[in-house]
Design a protein around this ligand. Sequence first.
Ligand SMILES: Cc1cc2nc3c(=O)[nH]c(=O)nc-3n(C[C@H](O)[C@H](O)[C@H](O)COP(=O)(O)O)c2cc1C
Length: 388
Amino acid sequence: MTATTPTPTPTPTSPSAPHHQPLLRPMDLAGLRLPNRVVMAPLTRARAARDGLVPTPMHADYYGRRASAGLIITEATWVSRQAIGFADVPGIYSAEQVTAWRRVTDTVHALGGRIVMQLWHTGAASHPDHLGGRVPAGPSPVNPRTRSFTTTGFQETVTPRAMTPAEIAATVADYRAAAHNARQAGFDGVEIAALGTFLIAQFLNPRLNHRTDAYGGDRTRRRRLLLEIVDAVAEPWDGRCVGVRLGPYLAAGDLFRPDAATLADHDELVTALNDHPVAYLHLRGPDRPTPDARPDTAALARYRHRFHGPLNANNGFDRETANAAIEAGTADAVSFATHFIANPDLVTRFALSRDLATGDPTTYYGGGARGYVDHPVSTWQDNPGQQP
Ligand SMILES: Cc1cc2nc3c(=O)[nH]c(=O)nc-3n(C[C@H](O)[C@H](O)[C@H](O)COP(=O)(O)O)c2cc1C
């Protein structure tokens, strides 16, 4: 038989061609080989079974549909019963929860994906309704003046108790145990949520942390809790696979402000992370002033130069701005939250320049399948003029 020379396939020149999209280049993160840099950001969806706060079969369905993400970061998950501060959010502190999460990780892995668990503790931002009537504990008796979502709706936070040194040590131990449980449940790593109005961010913040012991006072002492948690969480992971998520630009009420002191605290904190087993930094940038504004990449670059490992950037990115940020070297990967709610096949849509669907915010927190596992994937019939 005579061999025929195959007709060369024309090199795609459309900007949607994968090699033109930095987002679609593989990379190493948290000891994992990611096939692309489209990360699913953590999303609290408040659909755990109320009895035992366990993930349900719908969780496996929800995460499995998103397995083509370069990396999935789960919804924030309770490290202990004391950490609870939002209704119907799952935990990773009981054997039942570990078993239920195993179904999720098995599904994602069977579909070729990678998944890390975000660890959460609300501290003073909890509410007595979550804690059997007990007053929540935080760094100092300062009301964070925020709201907690309880089974009877949003409620104003109260003035908390100051954690005792023994409670701080127990909390660090709870994080270590949760990280161990996450490994038992088949996760590929863990991410420490150190942002928002929650426990770790409360300790970092001098407006909430008035302590005079080893965990309060100057910047070094205020960041001590986080760094102890990083070291503790890394133990069951042999010093690998631990990410840290920071949000220095949060503006919430008058207690959480991205002023010069907050940003300088984070300058030093990010530099200090280099001396601890941190596999990646997940940075939430400033909120955009208008829906059409581009993400403020200068604000991300401030921390980019201080951290020596990979940077996963977030907040307000789309395909074009994310590709530009990676191309410019401002970020190694970009995480998407709201786009992943409505577009389980976000990677495919980016690769093929498909239109994105928009989610329904009334289904973000709580409820059932609607808005959770019913978003369709795009098909070859969609946008027929845009096939590569
Ligand atoms: C419904 C919802 C739930 C969220 N839950 C979490 C969470 O559990 N942990 C976290 O760190 N951030 C959480 N966030 C913040 C997102 O991860 C992300 O920072 C934010 O939506 C901006 O990213 P985006 O512009 O891609 O949507 C949540 C956001 C939304 C809309």
